[in-house]
Design a protein around this ligand. Structure first.
Ligand code: GLY
Length: 360
């Protein structure tokens, strides 16, 4: 088992990574025998993985209850949060309870948010089961739900007490969910690490075939990069914003298409292409780097074009509601080379519109 630490003073926590880690002794620390906990998961995972997790929790002496939420981005709403809170109250969970999120980004974000508000905040543990959640969503304490007018518009920063990444869970992941996670992996490489990008260009087939060594390397690499950023800038006052590369455009697609129509990784794949094109049009990113980015997304089978029925101008209202907007000024994360990105403001709207049109 590999362990990476997110260093945040007395809120520091481990990310435990490996095959079969869920079966390791003490994996549920800081939970102790006799502690109360609520497992939050969705219907699909309840059938596939819940029994294993339940067995381990019971073996650790934890008094465990469960709540099953609906499956899909369209259910990442305040309604489902209320369901979790009701289950906690019905089962008389007190302030020392722990919520355990078993699932992808939807379950993790919703559970984390519920934990942050239940009785003014209780502990939670992330057990991400999708590649996307393992490399990104489960780490860093961003929690929340969607609003019809914008993605993740209601939420909080609330760090988990630990993150348990069992690579074996990826074996049951549908292929479109797998490549959706690869999209976030490519994101890290474009914004932070040119050598990692080269490595991905050479090894992407192995990742798609779930080659164990390559997958471990990738997940660990992303967790290391992300934990460093979180330790430096937990509340996104600075460097953390870089992790939103592609998200301003991508969230617009998700909200406009209707949550759940596009997977998050698919939407941000197009978003990254649009951001890269914006940067190229502004003269920052070299054409050759832009082409390498497109080639890698194509190789993976990720979309590089936005929805046909979404006009370029219809992106703008969503983009203006992005959380990076300050005093009415849109801010965009743009790559300036492979391995380096910056936050830009004051970009000419026509350039943004042209970049969107070029990716339709
Ligand atoms: N997923 C972006 C972040 O955690 O900041």
């Amino acid at each position: 088992m590999e362990q990476i630490k997110v260093v945040l003073g007395d809120r520091s926590y481990p990310i435990n990574i490996g095959s079969g880690v869920i079966e390791e002794d003490n994996i549920f620390l800081p939970l102790k025998p006799g502690n109360q906990a609520m497992l939050v998961t969705n219907k699909t995972l309840a059938n596939l993985l819940k029994d294993k997790v339940f067995f381990q929790l019971r073996k650790s002496g934890v008094k465990i209850d469960q709540v099953i939420i609906s499956d899909g981005e369209q259910f990442k709403t305040l309604n489902e949060v209320e369901m979790v809170i009701s289950a906690l109250l019905e089962k008389k969970h007190s302030r020392d309870t722990t919520l355990i999120a078993l699932g992808g980004g939807v379950v993790g974000d919703l559970t984390g948010f519920s934990a942050s508000i239940y009785q003014r905040g209780v502990r939670f543990i992330q057990i991400p089961t999708t590649l996307l959640a393992q490399v990104d969503a489960s780490i860093g304490g961003k929690t929340g739900v969607n609003h019809l007018l914008g993605k993740n518009m209601v939420g909080s920063f609330w760090q988990p007490s630990s993150v348990i990444i069992d690579i074996n869970f990826l074996q049951t992941l549908p292929y479109n969910e797998l490549i959706s996670g690869v999209s976030e992996i490519i994101k890290y490489a474009i914004i932070f690490d040119a050598i990692f990008f080269n490595w991905l260009e050479k090894n992407i087939e192995k990742i798609l075939l779930l080659d164990h060594k390559s997958m471990c390397f990738c997940i660990k690499k992303c967790c290391e990069l992300k934990s460093k950023i979180i330790s430096l800038d937990e509340r996104e006052n600075n460097f953390r914003a870089l992790l939103n590369f592609g998200h301003t455009y991508g969230h617009a697609i998700e909200a406009h298409a209707g949550y759940g129509s596009w997977l998050h990784g698919e939407a941000i794949s197009v978003g990254m292409v649009m951001a890269a094109r914006t940067s190229e049009l502004l003269g920052y990113l070299k054409k050759s780097d832009y082409n390498r980015i497109i080639s890698l997304f194509k190789k993976v089978g990720l979309p590089i074009k936005g929805p046909k029925n979404m006009s370029a101008v219809s992106y703008l209202p969503y983009m203006m509601r992005d959380k990076k907007v300050i005093s009415g000024e849109m801010r965009l994360v743009l790559p300036i080379s492979i391995g380096k990105a910056k936050v830009f403001s004051g970009i000419d709207k026509n350039v943004i519109l042209n970049a969107i049109k070029d990716s339709q």
